[in-house]
Design a protein around this ligand. Structure first.
Ligand SMILES: Cc1cc2nc3c(=O)[nH]c(=O)nc-3n(C[C@H](O)[C@H](O)[C@H](O)COP(=O)(O)O)c2cc1C
Length: 215
């Protein structure tokens, strides 16, 4: 590691200064400490009509009303990744929620393909046209969020753009179960996949219910 040989001490044993770490070390530490991360499997279409699909785990819920989600897409070399370029060109995209059965296909779509390559075809997936946005989505996912670009936040000097999407429609598969009388999805029926550090993924483990304190 590039940090000094004698790390500053802390209650937890070592204190690393992030400005003394290499970019690779910062990436490895951040993405293996902040886990499990949900995955936005983003489908989009270029202005010239090419379909695109790729996974992103710098992905967060931002607000329910309006329904906002955010995804951070880094640059590839000196240019934008296809997903970011398409979203900025067209202003629309879909977030496909991958189920356990999609792990291999989802990972396949992370390949560094040129913009004209259709990752739906590469991964053997069927595309369905969105209802409110002019974007294809992955057939057979437990849920799909149709989104319009709400805001782009430039994170310079990080070579990353934070794209905020407003969810304008949600597709729900009949396989999903809900807590009676609510819109709370039963997690066991969703079988979500989450990203850990490196090439590791996790599925749902033990689920515990913990009531909020009443003050
Ligand atoms: C599970 C997973 C999560 C990923 N998360 C991100 C991410 O949050 N941000 C990012 O820029 N790239 C992420 N990547 C890498 C992109 O998927 C990869 O660069 C892909 O080729 C981008 O495709 P595109 O050029 O078609 O947009 C991730 C890859 C995997 C496998």
């Amino acid at each position: 590691m590039s940090q000094s040989d004698t790390p500053l001490s802390s209650d937890n044993g070592a204190l690393l200064r992030t400005d003394e770490m290499t970019p690779a070390e910062r990436y490895q530490l951040l993405t293996s400490l902040i886990i499990p991360r949900p995955i936005a499997w983003i489908s989009s279409r270029s202005a010239s009509g090419h379909r695109n699909l790729a996974p992103f785990s710098y992905f967060a819920v931002l607000s329910p009303s309006p329904m906002l989600i955010g995804v951070s897409i880094s640059e590839r070399g000196a240019g934008l990744k296809d997903s970011a370029a398409n979203i900025l060109e067209t202003g629309v995209f879909c977030v496909n929620i991958a189920a356990e059965r999609h792990i291999t296909a989802m990972n396949t779509t992370a390949g560094d393909h040129p913009p004209e390559v259709d990752e739906f075809e590469v991964a053997g997936l069927t595309a369905v046209e969105g209802d409110l946005v002019d974007v294809p989505y992955v057939a057979g996912c437990p849920a799909v969020l149709e989104c319009r670009l709400f805001r782009q936040v430039d994170l310079a000097p990080a070579q990353t753009s934070f794209l905020i999407g407003e969810v304008v429609a949600v597709h729900l598969s009949p396989e999903l179960a809900f807590t009676s009388g609510t819109m709370l999805v039963d997690p066991e029926s969703l079988t979500p996949v989450a990203r850990l550090g490196g090439n590791l993924y996790s599925l749902l483990g033990e689920i515990r219910e913990v009531a909020r304190p009443v003050v």
